[in-house]
Structure formats: C-alpha cells, structure tokens
Design a protein around this ligand. Structure first.
Ligand code: SF4
Length: 248
C-alpha cells in the first residue's frame, strides 16, 4: 500500500456531470492517466504534477501550492478544511484515479473514516484494481469511451469487466459523444452495459466547448438516445454544466 500520491488539485465545487449533477463536493484530482482522449477537459491531469494546488477556503477560488507527492494525512487535512455541513461527498477524480490504486487503498478508508462518502470518477479501464477499493466507495461514475469520439481504440473488454466487478450502492455509466460518434459503436457499447449483469443508468453527455457550447447536433442526440433506449431501459441526455456556471 502506498501512503503518498500524486495530486493535481484539491478544491470545493459543484458536481457538474452525471446523475449527481449539482451536488456540492470536495474534489481530489489525482495526476496521471492511461488514456489520451481527444476531448479531454483536464489535459493538465494526464501526467503526474510537480506541485498540487489546494484551495484555501471553500468556494474562495484562492489556492496555495504543495509539493508532490502528498501523504494521506496532508490530503485529509485539506479535505477537512474545505468540508462543510451539507457537502455531499468527496469526488476522487483525475486523470484516471485507478492508475494510483495502491495510494487509493490508503486514502479511501481515511475518507470514509471521517464519515464522508466517496464518489469515484473513472474511465473504467482498470478492472483489476477495483475490487480492493469497492468496500470504501459509495458512488461510481464509469465512463465508457467510444473510439469514434476519443480518437483512441475503445476498451470494451476492460469496461465490461469493470462493470461486472463494480458492486457499489450507486453506479452509472457516462458516454461523452461528439458529432463524429459512430451510432453502431454506441449501440455495441449499450449491449455491453446490458450484458454486465448490472442495470446502471446510462448518461449520454454531449461534448462541450470552453464556453459551454454543445458540440453535437440536437437531432443526432435524439437519435442516439432513441437507439440506446431500444437496448437499455434507462438512458438520459445530460450536458455538463461547469463551463455554464464558470466553475472548475
Ligand atoms: S480518461 Fe479522462 S483524464 Fe484521461 S485523457 Fe480521457 S478525458 Fe482526459
């Protein structure tokens, strides 16, 4: 077990995507990722960071910088400083958090020991790392990346194994779609979700630009949802709101 990890930033904000959109969270963004999606909105977190920026007070937008790696105790000190009554959960995000699974084995129990719930945002390509972490996770937002949208090969076998192992109280799947989306690939991914033995809500998330502009046509979104609903019973279209609210 690794008791220190590479952290990109720790801050207080509103969850801007998926089923828990609008919930207030403390975000712990880990550095490093195993993918290179064309639409990545956190390119700075794709590699380990030399320093970690941490917000000094909740909602202040003021930051100080700490040298990496950070210990579990250092992370928890910052989380405690930012947490206020009414916070929903601690979002563990990236990058791809599971590339530091050894560190998460130390961090997640420390988060739950404080009475906070863990919300994991992941690209669901590291199924081997998940089982040891599941007992400390309440919510999982599992991305399935479509090659027609990311420009990278899809990882459907890993995604399926991840979903099969993801026995948490609330799991949902998120797929970011662009105008380049291959409808047949989306259908194939929905079949995969349905074959996982779980019935997570699937969120189709239209890609957004820097100012919150939706980067895919509305009629195409309607077609995608219709085709998806023919295979899976709960498919919603939910855009991300960070850029609209001008928050991180
Ligand atoms: S998995 Fe997430 S963090 Fe990694 S490159 Fe893709 S969008 Fe960016």
């Amino acid at each position: 077990m690794e008791t220190s990890g590479n952290i990109e930033e720790i801050f207080d904000s509103v969850q801007g995507e998926g089923l828990l959109i609008g919930s207030r969270q403390v975000f712990v963004r880990l550095g490093g990722c195993n993918r290179a999606c064309s639409f990545c909105d956190t390119p700075q977190a794709r590699r380990p960071a030399a320093t970690c920026r941490v917000e000094t007070e909740p909602g202040s937008g003021r930051f100080e910088y700490l040298p990496n790696p950070l210990s579990v105790d250092e992370v928890m000190r910052v989380v405690g400083r930012l947490w206020f009554t009414g916070h929903h959960s601690v979002s563990v995000t990236g990058g791809e958090p599971l590339v530091q699974a050894d560190f998460l084995q130390a961090l997640l129990p420390a988060v739950t020991a404080e009475g906070h719930k863990v919300y994991l945002e992941t690209n669901s390509t590291c199924p081997d790392e998940l089982p040891d972490l599941v007992p400390d996770i309440e919510y999982v937002a599992a991305d399935i990346k479509l090659s027609s949208c990311t420009g990278e090969p899809n990882r459907f076998d890993d995604n399926l194994e991840f979903l099969e192992k993801c026995d948490v109280p609330l799991l949902f799947v998120k797929m970011v779609v662009t105008n380049e989306v291959d409808v047949d690939e989306l259908v194939e991914s929905l079949r995969l979700v349905s074959s996982s033995g779980r019935s997570p809500t699937v969120v189709i998330q239209p890609v957004t630009g820097r100012r919150g502009e939706i980067g895919i046509g509305g009629l195409l979104l309607l077609e995608l949802q219709q085709r998806a609903l023919e295979i899976h019973p709960d498919v919603r279209v939910i855009p991300r709101i960070q850029q609209i609210l001008r928050i991180a």
